[in-house]
Ligand binder design. Structure first.
Ligand code: SAM
Length: 242
């Protein structure tokens, strides 16, 4: 897959243009690109995880220091700020410079402190060093932006490697489990990659396999049905590092 910066053509994780559009129209996060019908659906899957016994037990198990989280492909920082708002120390890594600026602005406006860094989740060592580990690693819709098996495995391996032993990884991605309007989403039915090569959908079994192969143990998973007709469903998984 093409890497950014090599020329001006759209490359598979060039989200910068979309973020510039979001910023121009006064948006604060990724959902403002094509806002969902109802605000209730924004970050609903992460909210389900935050309300779960696994999350509560994780918070309880950490004593004498703040809980720590790494939010991968953090966009406008909505998840990072939710966690930082309840006392977590959070680093958000995001490829788009515009998204990082929005995340910083969102933090300032809400009076919450989180550490947002521009970087590539394929090269985490470059932006967070080699020796930082986290109680929670979040992939809120990053993985479906990573195209090609080699890069997907690279992201999975580095994300899992950043979980403390006993730490948790929450992941959610669009899945190909249920049929959707392939033409509207410009997705090739064989490769499940979209026409711009910026999205790759996968069956939930493949997503679970991807995370399990990098040493994570699946605690639970669910499918979140699309709120909009013709849209793909989302797979969500909660894993523990052994
Ligand atoms: C679908 S958006 C989700 C944003 C955010 N997690 C949220 O839930 O609002 C995916 C984000 O991942 C970022 N991204 C894509 N590839 C990336 C990479 N290799 N490294 C870091 N960020 C990346 C994009 O710029 C985009 O902001």
């Amino acid at each position: 897959m093409k890497r950014p910066g090599s020329d001006s053509r759209r490359c598979y994780y060039d989200h910068e243009r979309a973020w510039v559009r979001i910023a121009k129209r006064g948006g604060a996060g990724w959902d403002d690109l094509s806002p969902p019908a109802s605000d209730d659906t924004r970050y609903a899957d992460f909210a389900t995880f935050r309300d779960s016994d696994v999350f509560l037990a994780l918070q309880k198990s950490v004593s004498g220091r703040s809980c720590t989280a790494l939010d991968l492909g953090c966009g406008g920082g909505q998840i990072a700020l939710q966690l930082a708002g309840v006392g977590w120390e959070v680093i958000g890594v995001e490829y788009s410079a515009t998204a990082v600026s929005l995340a910083e602005r969102n933090a300032r406006e809400s009076g919450i402190v989180a550490d947002f860094r521009q970087g590539d989740c394929l090269q985490l060592d470059e932006c967070i060093g080699r020796d930082q580990f986290f109680d929670l690693v979040v992939d809120n819709r990053l993985m479906h932006c990573i195209v090609g098996q080699e890069d997907r495995e690279c992201v999975a391996k580095s994300a899992a490697g950043r979980c403390e032993p006993g730490g948790i990884l929450f992941s959610t991605s669009m899945t190909s489990d249920l049929t959707f309007d392939y033409d509207r989403y410009g997705v090739d039915r064989n490769t499940m990659i979209d026409r711009f090569a910026t999205r790759q959908l996968a069956p939930s079994s493949q997503l679970e396999g991807l995370w399990s192969r990098v040493g994570l143990h699946l605690l639970r998973s669910w499918i979140s049905f699309p709120k909009e007709s013709g849209a793909p469903a989302d797979w969500c998984g909660v894993f523990r590092r052994g």
